[in-house]
Design a protein around this ligand. Structure first.
Ligand SMILES: Nc1ncnc2c1ncn2[C@@H]1O[C@H](COP(=O)(O)OP(=O)(O)OP(=O)(O)O)[C@@H](O)[C@H]1O
Ligand SMILES: [Mg+2]
Length: 407
């Protein structure tokens, strides 16, 4: 099996590491699942690698579970970075078009993006990825693809996604210590977006909200571009902790209760319904109403943070394609109804597309998106001009990420 047809994606999350091995079959638009492995996470906090040794051990355990001969047939992983150290900033670049006939070349485009990437960042922060919002040719705004157009002056407006370098280093160290190569590092909600959003939704305006275990991530798209992103340090773990405190029980019991009986809103007909948890030293009895109130309060707090952020970018209640929910938190019953009520937008659960044989589970959105991004950049040499540029950019980015390890 040619190596380039096997793609390994690893979603390093706060709750679990999800490893997905897929195959790209010539002629098939969908990828095919070859193996999927879940390992409990250690060494992660709120979406960030805080203990590279522990993460590396878990990563090695996860990779060791990949079936043979598959394990031998991949050469690197596509993985993610998350956490609320990530932020976006806008920047502007300007260059003169180099060719005498004024035809804009790929080199001009690369140069103008590089010029825009000269951004004053806080100490120890660096750019992970840039997204051109629009190009401007001789003052004419709103150009998406300037390649081949003619002009004297080329400008670009970019959105730069920045990370706190020590956290990026922790992640790369964990991977390299596991004797794995890094093919690409992608911001978690952008990976999830790749698997669950359609180009049409991104065109008209949509927000992806990933409610993970340790963090909730937001990514907003419009006119096909990423226009905003944010990470809030609250997630499903906080709900479990709230249940443990509210019901005076242990964390693992609270986690079980959340998954078995949890809901974000109470249905009218089970207002008085009591739940009894047997098999404990002391029997635990509580009302469904109380449990739903605990969960609702925390989800409301998270959605309130999202709403304030949407307000900052003037998109509160104003995204025609609405909200798409992913991550383990999206599995809570009635989350769609509560989100609709809070954000006043259409809401649906993001089920990964483009990979045949995968479970319809919003928790798998990130790892599926990583595999899809991998398939795109691993495209067997059949790149369009834009694709070639993107691949060059990825290689440049990975070189930059790895450079921090070369003394
Ligand atoms: N059926 C369910 N109902 C409610 N919560 C659930 C359910 N299934 C999973 N969860 C919760 O989802 C969380 C795991 O989600 P996910 O796998 O998206 O997190 P992660 O990617 O590991 O974390 P992060 O993205 O924050 O780093 C856990 O806190 C778990 O309790
Ligand atoms: Mg996650």
């Amino acid at each position: 099996m040619p190596q380039s047809h096997i793609i390994t994606a690893v979603d390093i999350g706060t709750d679990s590491i999800k490893t997905l091995v897929v195959k790209k079959n010539n002629g098939d638009s969908d990828l095919e699942v070859l193996d999927i492995i879940f390992t409990s996470s250690l060494g992660m906090r709120k979406g960030v690698v805080v203990n590279p040794d522990k993460v590396s051990k878990n990563l090695q355990n996860s990779i060791a579970e990949i079936r043979e001969p598959l394990r031998q047939s991949f050469n690197g992983i596509y993985t993610n970075i998350g956490g609320n150290h990530l932020f976006v900033t806008s920047s502007h670049g300007l260059v003169s078009v180099s060719r005498a006939d004024q035809k804009i070349s790929r080199e001009d485009i690369n140069r103008v993006i590089q010029a825009a990437e000269v951004v004053n960042l806080p100490l120890n922060n660096e750019i992970l990825e840039t997204f051109p919002k629009e190009f401007i040719i001789d003052g004419q705004k709103g150009i998406k693809e300037p390649l081949g157009m003619r002009g004297l002056r080329l400008e670009v407006e970019i959105l730069a996604l920045c990370v706190f370098s020590p956290y990026l280093k922790n992640l790369t160290q964990a991977i390299l210590d596991s004797n794995l190569q890094i093919n690409d590092v992608i911001f978690s909600p952008l990976a999830a977006a790749q698997a669950v959003l359609t180009p049409q939704q991104k065109e008209v305006g949509v927000a992806l909200i990933d409610i993970g275990a340790g963090a909730t991530s937001l990514a907003v798209f419009e006119e096909g571009n990423l226009i905003h992103t944010a990470v809030f340090p609250l997630g499903s773990i906080n709900i479990t902790n709230d249940i443990a405190i509210g019901l005076r029980t242990e964390i693992d019991i609270a986690e079980r209760i959340k998954k078995e009986f949890g809901s974000c809103l109470l249905q009218k007909n089970n207002k008085k319904e009591k739940i009894k948890i047997p098999q404990l030293k002391e029997p635990l009895v509580f009302s469904k109403k109380m449990l739903a109130e605990i969960i609702e309060a925390r989800i409301e707090e998270i959605l309130d943070l999202v709403n304030k952020d949407l307000k900052k970018i003037s998109r509160q209640g104003l995204l025609p394609a609405g909200i798409v929910l992913t991550g383990g938190g999206a599995k809570l019953p009635k989350i769609v109804e509560l989100t609709k009520k809070e954000l006043k937008l259409p809401v649906r659960i993001g089920i990964p597309k483009g990979i045949s044989g995968i479970e319809e589970d919003p928790t798998l959105a990130t790892v599926c998106g990583l595999a899809l991004r991998g398939a795109e950049s691993d495209d067997d040499g059949h790149f369009s001009d834009i694709g070639k540029g993107a691949v060059k950019e990825v290689i440049g980015r990975i070189k930059k990420i790895l450079k921090t390890f070369i003394p």
